[in-house]
Write a new protein. Structure first.
Length: 295
């Protein structure tokens, strides 16, 4: 029996070794093919803008008699506060007409904000006070995800909103306002155009594991995902090409997430063991934005 077992064992080990060698060869040769194919797309840096570069491309506008600019980044600071805004959405779940603004706020230094609406056909800005709610899942970090809810004026065909700190001096001279587009304004019938969507937050630390990323995206595609939204703080130039490729296929949407330009972010979830002011690169805020974006 021993004479029969040894050849079988030797053959099994030989086959296993050959399989491992072929797997390693395939992985690295496939990676080489992928990179060479992506090189044809060029070294586009559109998905990794330099900090502050967006301010050079401000679109100046005049809305309802107010001089302002259109939001041109996925994050901005409310002047004279420690509040940062991501995006504004028409929320059909609330009674009446409401705009929900997703942001990040310092829990220990609250501010009262006001929403300034520009309605089509109106010559003046309409102002309401915002109701603030800081999410409970802040993990004890000083900053947390916050929602600012503003009741929309009646009979208002809304396009944009600007958020300001509630002023104590009415005639204080205002700097240029920044207006955010209010998304999800059009009523969508209850039909689904996608099997499901996937939200990924957030690429950081010059993330560059191309094989892992492609494997994940292709698995989502096999499972039926119609859209994958990726929040990107920083990634390698190689992965940047992969993002460009998947965007062109229509499967992936990339949202720039320049959180490190505004808040000292933590690389972990436990405060104060993981130093920082905001939990894990603003993960909760990014996921909330993604859910509202595709609602």
């Amino acid at each position: 029996m021993m004479k029969l077992r040894l050849p079988v064992l030797f053959l099994s080990l030989l086959l296993l070794s050959v399989s491992l060698l072929l797997s390693v060869w395939y992985m690295y040769s496939w990676k080489g093919f992928l990179v060479r194919d992506l090189d044809a797309l060029g070294n586009s840096s559109v998905f990794r803008p330099k900090p502050g570069s967006a301010s050079d491309k401000i679109n100046h506008v005049m809305l309802c008699g107010q001089r302002g600019a259109l939001q041109n980044t996925s994050m901005m600071r409310v002047r004279d506060t420690k509040i940062f805004l991501v995006s504004a959405y028409h929320d059909q779940r609330e009674a009446g007409q409401s705009t929900r603004i997703i942001g990040i706020a310092n829990r220990y230094e609250p501010d009262v904000l006001s929403c300034h609406f520009c309605c089509r056909g109106h010559s003046e800005i309409l102002t309401v006070t915002a109701s603030a709610y800081v999410h409970s899942d802040h993990f004890d970090f000083p900053y947390g995800t916050a929602d600012f809810l503003c009741t929309e004026p009646l009979d208002c065909e809304l396009g944009h909103v600007s958020v300001q700190r509630m002023r104590t001096i009415p005639d204080e001279e205002e700097a240029e306002w920044v207006f955010m587009p209010v998304r999800n304004r059009l009523y969508m019938p209850p039909t689904f155009t996608q099997e499901f969507s996937v939200c990924i937050s957030t690429l950081f630390g010059n993330y560059g594991n191309v094989l892992q990323f492609v494997q994940a995206i292709e698995m989502y595609r096999i499972l039926g995902a119609g859209r994958v939204t990726v929040y990107n703080t920083s990634c390698s130039s190689e992965l940047n090409k992969v993002l460009l490729y998947y965007i062109k296929t229509g499967l992936v949407e990339v949202v720039q997430w320049p959180i490190t330009d505004y808040v000292w972010v933590s690389r972990g979830w436990h405060y104060p063991e993981h130093p920082g002011e905001l939990h894990y690169y603003g993960q909760i805020a990014a996921l909330n934005d993604c859910v509202s974006r595709h609602m």
